[in-house]
Ligand binder design. Structure first.
Ligand SMILES: [Cu+2]
Length: 65
């Protein structure tokens, strides 16, 4: 499980953009997003770095937990 804190993810729109960005890296990734907690949990074969880069490219600021 790879987890990020994304403080600038504030609504469902942000969550779906982040989810799509992660699926773009790994189509088989399992993504669990908690908007209220600002957390993104991912089960994926992709590395933490690849996922962080994808989230950043989508315009958000992931912090590794
Ligand atoms: Cu939003």
């Amino acid at each position: 499980m790879i987890e990020f804190n994304v403080q600038d993810m504030t609504c469902g729109h942000c969550a779906s953009r982040i989810s799509k960005a992660i699926i773009g890296v790994d189509a088989n990734a399992k993504v669990d997003i908690k908007i209220e907690g600002r957390t993104v949990s991912v089960e994926s074969k992709a590395t933490k770095e690849e996922l962080a880069e994808a989230i950043a490219d989508a315009g958000y600021t992931p912090q590794a937990i």
